[in-house]
Ligand binder design. Sequence first.
Ligand code: KG4
Ligand code: ZN
Length: 338
Amino acid sequence: MILALETSCDDTCAAVISPGGEIRSNVVASQGLLHERYGGVVPEIASRRHLEVVDAVTSDALERAAVSLDDVDRVAVTQGPGLIGALLVGLSSAKALAAARGLPLVPVDHLHGHVVASTLEPDPIERPYGCLVASGGHTFLARVEEPSSYRVLGQTLDDAAGEAFDKGARLLGLGYPGGPAIDRFARDGDPEAFRFPRSLPGEGLDLSFSGLKTSLLYRLRDLGEEEVAARRADLAASYQRAIVDALAARIEQAIAEERLERLAIGGGVAANSELRRVLGERCRRSGVGLWAPPLALCTDNAAMIAAAARHLVPLPYPEYLALDAAARLGPEATRAAA
Ligand code: KG4
Ligand code: ZN
């Protein structure tokens, strides 16, 4: 059994999975309401709340899985990327749990977790496959040959797709988190009512969303308050269409260039109903298998961290005691170094 902890942002998560990839439990204590009044995650508040609930969340995960710590063979934990204080809480707890029993520990790249979320039972994706990870902090396309790693094919050069949803929603006065709000409003709107830019920088598979947000800002100024209020649904639908179009365009390009037969999507934006509809249609048309896992596996969770840990070499006790959390890791670090 693998016990995994994930505390990279504002959700305290613990999960137990079997070596075969069956999810025995997947517990998430969300801090959403705590941060809502600030319109975004406040790092210090997130760390403190993780500290308060991480033990209870871990016990809950073990209880729901009907196992005890004696049944656990290895402990996995998110090492990064994420909020450093938040990461440290999970890492310290995981070290303590593992060290107390002399268990091995597996440090996991959070983004690797998102990439392999679709490899869990009951419907694991076969390799090789392509994967879109689009969340509030990250947006990239990857190719997976071996489950122990992934190759980044392209990534956003500025804002993440979820960030574009969140910032757009704030401009439209739709509250936080913005993705679900825009998704909801867009259902009653006309996606062709306004034209927003689809930025596809370069020949490769990179993306960019910061221009889109600026273009919404200018459009709202031009329209004026009354008109904006009257056409909020049209604005939400058109803005959402621009994000989905850009993602879908790069995905289609990746499928063609990489000759992909299977595509997985993950990250909070994978919950977007328009994205699911568009990708569903296009994949059906081109005979590509689409894995859009249940929402609980798309948003931050510890089952995906355990999924990645199945394929990584664990560090024996006491080697991992000196391990540090890393605010940047994976493609994040690559981009920072570039
Ligand atoms: O993966 P996630 O839960 O947390 C991280 O950022 O790691 O993703 C959260 C992001 C937020 O930006 C939120 O607005 C977006 O996912 N999101 C959505 C939807 N549900 C959540 N974006 C578009 N449509 C949705 N239905
Ligand atoms: Zn995430």
